[in-house]
Design a binder for this molecule. Structure first.
Ligand SMILES: Cc1cc2nc3c(=O)[nH]c(=O)nc-3n(C[C@H](O)[C@H](O)[C@H](O)COP(=O)(O)OP(=O)(O)OC[C@H]3O[C@@H](n4cnc5c(N)ncnc54)[C@H](O)[C@@H]3O)c2cc1C
Length: 414
């Protein structure tokens, strides 16, 4: 029995490492070498939550535990009368490591344990060919490539275009907080601004992701070319932060501020899309999709990589249970994975729309009661629980009722 995995992002690597651990022969087909990944632009700014870190421990690939790039909770800010401001703690810290460091390290782990990585830029024909060589091929090639194999599922994809236009980057000049935590700034009608201390080349800096509602003021950044006018770009970021994320602007020393390196920026938009999780190839073989190749969510809820890892593990369990990898297998594996992916996807999509009254009620109560603040932020590590709360007015009311009468607020760590 052998499995081919196309794509060496977190989804492909967690799947390949898990299969390898179970003694299943597996080959990774990767268009980019570890060196090419390390030398490229960032493709994301990922926070890995506690459950993903648990899987990393199970895979024995937990290489990054230093507190300065761990994430112990999140500060939430929103304007208003009065403004909303609270800190919620995570019961298990998250971790923020530049994927240009993370992925090459995991690729090395896989190879050091005897795994084969073949340098291949797969297209549809080569996937068919690979399917002849393996009992099962899994496509983990991300949102940009060979996704034609897996048609968009309109019933699970409410948007036909990006709902946010992103300007993400790694920056010097943002002061660390006493407790490393996500800075999560809601800007109603305008978008969101996130910032987290991350490990990158040369040590920790801050990752900042500015999510602009199309047509709003934050979108201007995506049309600016940093290399053509570095000072103009930096001035524009600072001006927009002063207006829309003042608490983050206060932590910035403008003399130090700027991208850690000129390549450390990423600009563009993502259309949230759920595709079919499997397909029958022209040669009659079955092929599955995992990670962004299957479901691409906007990063507003910080779940894509965490979901990719989760569904890689669920798929690995099904594969390890043994062939045949036929239609029944594909249907069963997709169904099992969708049970967890559905709340992640629906929650991520809901975050892109104006918040309904019950979500505002949850945020307001979190601002007034430290127990609710902690439980709300902790649910970023448990998307099904988060969606049980935010998915309906009844869910929110039932959850809030478990805390009894509002208690007084507790101070937020720095
Ligand atoms: C700004 C930003 C911030 C984000 N923040 C978070 C966050 O905080 N938390 C979170 O969980 N997620 C976050 N995400 C989402 C996350 O980055 C993705 O969901 C995740 O990285 C997807 O992983 P993947 O392995 O499925 O795909 P990818 O990371 O896209 O990896 C696919 C791999 O396959 C390779 N490949 C592609 N085509 C081929 C081919 N034809 N043949 C061979 N190889 C191929 C690629 O080179 C790549 O290495 C963020 C995304 C962005 C853009």
């Amino acid at each position: 029995m052998s499995v081919g995995v196309v794509g060496a992002g977190i989804s492909g690597l967690h799947l390949a490492l898990r299969l390898q651990q179970a003694g299943v022969p597996v080959t990774l087909y990767a268009e980019r070498s570890a060196e090419e990944i390390a030398d490229g632009r960032p493709q994301n700014l990922v926070v890995r939550f506690g459950h993903t870190r648990e899987r990393e421990r199970a895979l024995d690939v937990e290489h990054w535990t230093a507190p300065e790039h761990s994430m112990f909770g999140a500060h939430v800010f929103a304007p208003g009368e009065p403004p909303l401001r609270f800190f919620g703690a995570l019961s298990e810290p998250g971790s923020a490591v530049d994927f240009r460091i993370y992925l090459p390290r995991l690729m090395a782990d896989f190879e050091e344990r005897g795994g084969a990585v073949d340098p291949v830029v797969a297209d549809v024909e080569s996937v068919v060919e690979l399917a002849e060589r393996h009992d099962l091929v899994v496509v983990a090639s991300g949102r940009r490539s060979i996704t034609d194999l897996f048609p968009r599922d309109a019933s699970r994809s409410p948007f036909g275009e990006p709902q946010r236009i992103l300007t993400a980057g790694l920056y010097h000049g943002i002061a660390p907080m006493e407790t490393t935590a996500l800075h999560f700034n809601l800007c109603p009608g305008v978008g969101e601004v996130f910032s987290i201390r991350m490990l990158t080349f040369g040590g920790p800096v801050h990752g900042m992701n500015i999510e602009a509602i199309p047509g709003g003021p934050l979108e201007a950044l995506v049309h600016m070319d940093y290399q053509a006018d570095p000072a103009g770009f930096e001035r524009a970021v600072l001006t927009l932060l002063a207006e829309h994320a003042p608490a983050l602007r206060e932590r910035i020393d403008e003399r130090e501020f700027g991208p850690a390196r000129p390549v450390d920026l990423l600009q563009g938009g993502i259309t949230p899309t759920v595709r079919a999780g499997w397909t029958v190839l022209p040669n009659g073989k079955y092929c599955m999709a995992v990670g962004d190749a299957w479901i691409t969510n906007d990063p507003v809820a910080g779940q894509g990589a965490n979901l990719g890892s989760h569904s890689a593990f669920t798929l690995a369990d099904e594969i390890i249970a043994g062939p045949p990898y036929d239609e029944a297998f594909c249907r069963r594996a997709e169904q099992r994975r969708w049970e967890y992916a559905r709340p992640v996807t629906e929650w991520s999509n809901a975050f892109l729309l104006p918040p309904p009254p019950h979500a505002l009620e949850v945020l307001g109560r979190a601002g007034a009661d430290q127990r609710i603040a902690d439980a709300f932020i902790d649910n970023f590590n448990d998307p099904p629980a988060m969606w049980r709360v935010l998915g309906s007015p009844e869910g929110a009311a039932a959850w809030l009722a478990t805390f009894g009468q509002p208690a007084s607020s507790v101070g937020a760590p720095g």
